[in-house]
Ligand binder design. Sequence first.
Ligand SMILES: [Zn+2]
Length: 133
Amino acid sequence: MHMVPPMSLMFRSPFYRMFWMSINDQLQTEALEANLLADAETARDLEGLRRRVIEQGLVIEELGAMVAVMSKMLIASGQLDAQVLEHRVDAELDQRRAPPVKPAGTCVLCSRQRPGEQLSTTAYGAVCSGGCA
Ligand SMILES: [Zn+2]
């Protein structure tokens, strides 16, 4: 919060000094009210986020429990190999977490079709990275 300088000292007349002090008090009260409203809004936002994190955590926990039970049942019945499952889950996670592949495109200079990783995006369109060959 900003500090209001002691403007009241600029006025010699007690009337103007009092007048300024009442304006000053009003300004400070309004600033304080605005801060309180902003704080209340932030608190509501944080409370909403906190609730959503908890709700999503509970859903994730339920899904995890269901996957764990299904895996254990399939492994116990011999229909699933635990090690194969682990490798496949790792591979799936690697695939899902990999950065998106840039789509193939055509160079606006040489008109050649190139894979996305060999093209650079410019304001004029895609061009061969490192120059056309
Ligand atoms: Zn090119």
